[in-house]
Every structure is written in structure tokens, then in C-alpha cells.
Design a protein around this ligand. Structure first.
Ligand code: NAP
Length: 253
């Protein structure tokens, strides 16, 4: 029988920041494609658990703050203890801080960089080491941003972290492709989640952004789950170090 290249049956996917927004949607999308899910979050995630369970796949919750280096091993070890192996890592957890560059604080710099790029690297490193021990193939998906490509306004540490994420995605892809680990990213456009709540509350800015999106609407969390399935699957086996924009055409303007 010919296997559907998008089928994730028998795979185990770790998704960080899975309690809400894009993370929850990707966890459910990967489960719909057949994967069991390890959801990593700072708080209880009953809604995600219910949605994943409704697909018939298994869900394991790990409560962890990814900014703490001590969390890294517990996430990987906890996943392997529960499911015996891991196959997919979605580095989705991320934060944003908004302020004028002239007034931007060291704390707002450090907190964003710690979560958006430092923890992403060390979790990816621990994941890659486990894949090599397993002797299997792996897929890492890093959640980037339009600000991996553009400068943005009033979000200097976010832009720095998401631009670094693009370079790091390529760097990790270069070193780990030989081990059968594909490292890629998804750059969401403007999506209606907590991350963009402040932007959407500013009516003028909301409209300005909307006017520039060729698709004529802001994105939804569900817009990300198909691309995540693709980059987690055999269908993308020869794609390495690439950031896929899911932006309704924003970057094409
Ligand atoms: P969101 O609803 O704010 O989701 C962020 C997730 O990250 C939440 O689950 C959050 O948990 C988790 N998180 C933050 N810090 C964490 C930590 N230290 N440890 C564990 N989990 C942590 O916003 P979202 O839009 O879905 O964001 C998901 C990703 O997409 C982020 O990387 C964001 O930068 C990126 N993104 C979003 C957009 C957009 O338009 N929405 C565009 C480009 C990129 P809590 O609920 O506990 O805070």
C-alpha cells in the first residue's frame, strides 16, 4: 500500500506553548494527521487535551517554563518516558514586548530573547541529541514571524529574536540534515491571537494592516496547522533550513 506522505500516524510531536493560539491549533492539526502530542505549557491545558483526545490520539501534558534551562531535559525525558520516543518538535512558545526603542528596558530585551531564541536553541539541541540516540529521522519546526524578514516598530527584542530564529534555523539545518533531522520554520503573518491583541485593539493600526493583506483578512490559528503538518511529514523530507510564510500574501506586497 502507498503511504500518504502527510500521514503522521505513529509519530510523537512535542509542541511548546500548546495551551492557546497557534500552538493549540498546531497540536490539534498534528493529531488530526495521526501524531500523539506532548503539549508543553506553563498552565493547565484542558481545552487542548480535549481537542487532541477528540481526534483519537493521545495527549501528554508537561507543565514547564521553557525559559528555564532546567526545563529542557524534563521536557525531552518526560516525552520519551511517556511515548518511548519523539519525532517532531514545534518550537512555538514565544512572547512579545512593545515599547519605543529609545525607552526599551534590559528586562524586556532579556525576557524575550531567553524564551524566543535561547530556549528554542537548547530545546532543539536536546531534541536532536535524542533523535541521534534513537537512530530515527526528526522534524523541527520553528515559529518565526514577519519580523524575521522586516524590522517592525516598537518591538526591538522581538525583531531581534525572530530574525535570529531564521539564521539559527538555517544553521541547525546545515548541521543536522546529515542526521536525518529537517529544521524549518513557519512565519505567520498577522494572526488573531493573544500575541496580537494590543495591535487589534488599536483600530487604526488594525485597519492599516488589513489593507495591506492581499487575502483581505487577518489569519486564524487554523491557517497554521496544515503548513505544520506538511513540515512535520515525509512530504517535506527534502526541505531544509527554509522559513515558509503563512501570511495571506503580506510579504508578496
Ligand atoms: P499566544 O497566544 O500569546 O501564545 C504564546 C504561547 O507561548 C502561549 O501558550 C504561552 O503560554 C507560551 N509561552 C510563552 N512563554 C512561555 C514560557 N516561558 N514557557 C512556556 N510557554 C510559554 O500567541 P500566538 O500568536 O499563538 O504565538 C505563538 C507563536 O507564534 C509565538 O512564537 C509568536 O511569536 C508567533 N507569532 C505569532 C503571530 C501572530 O500574529 N499571532 C505572528 C507571528 C509569529 P502562556 O499562555 O502561559 O503565556
Amino acid at each position: 500500500m502507498v503511504r500518504n506522505p502527510f500521514d503522521l500516524s505513529g509519530k510523537v510531536a512535542i509542541v511548546t506553548g500548546s495551551n492557546t493560539g497557534l500552538g493549540q491549533s498546531m497540536a490539534v492539526g498534528l493529531a488530526q494527521a495521526g501524531a500523539d502530542i506532548v503539549g508543553v505549557a506553563r498552565r493547565e491545558q484542558l481545552e487542548t487535551e480535549q481537542k487532541v483526545s477528540a481526534t483519537g490520539r493521545r495527549f501528554h501534558s508537561i507543565l514547564a517554563d521553557v525559559s528555564q534551562m532546567t526545563s529542557i531535559d524534563s521536557i525531552i525525558n518526560g516525552s520519551v518516558e511517556r511515548f518511548s520516543k519523539i519525532d517532531i518538535l514545534v518550537n512555538n512558545a514565544g512572547i512579545i514586548r512593545r515599547n519605543d526603542a529609545l525607552d526599551f528596558s534590559e528586562q524586556d530585551w532579556d525576557e524575550v530573547m531567553d524564551i524566543n531564541i535561547k530556549s528554542l536553541f537548547f530545546l532543539s539541541q536536546a531534541f536532536a541529541r535524542q533523535i541521534i540516540v534513537q537512530g530515527t529521522q526528526g522534524n523541527i519546526i520553528n515559529i518565526a514571524s514577519m519580523l524575521s524578514f522586516q524590522g517592525g516598530i516598537r518591538v526591538p527584542s522581538y525583531t531581534a529574536s525572530k530574525s535570529a530564529l531564521m539564521g539559527l534555523t538555517r544553521a541547525m539545518a546545515n548541521e543536522w540534515a546529515a542526521h536525518g533531522i529537517n529544521v524549518n520554520g513557519i512565519a505567520p503573518g498577522y494572526m488573531s491571537t493573544n500575541n496580537t491583541a494590543a495591535l487589534r485593539e488599536d483600530g487604526e493600526r488594525y485597519q492599516e494592516i488589513l489593507n495591506r493583506i492581499p487575502a483581505g483578512r487577518w489569519g486564524t490559528s487554523e491557517d497554521i496547522s496544515g503548513p505544520a503538518v506538511f513540515l512535520a511529514s515525509e512530504a517535506s523530507r527534502y526541505i531544509n533550513g527554509f522559513i515558509l510564510a503563512v501570511d495571506g500574501g503580506w510579504l508578496a506586497r
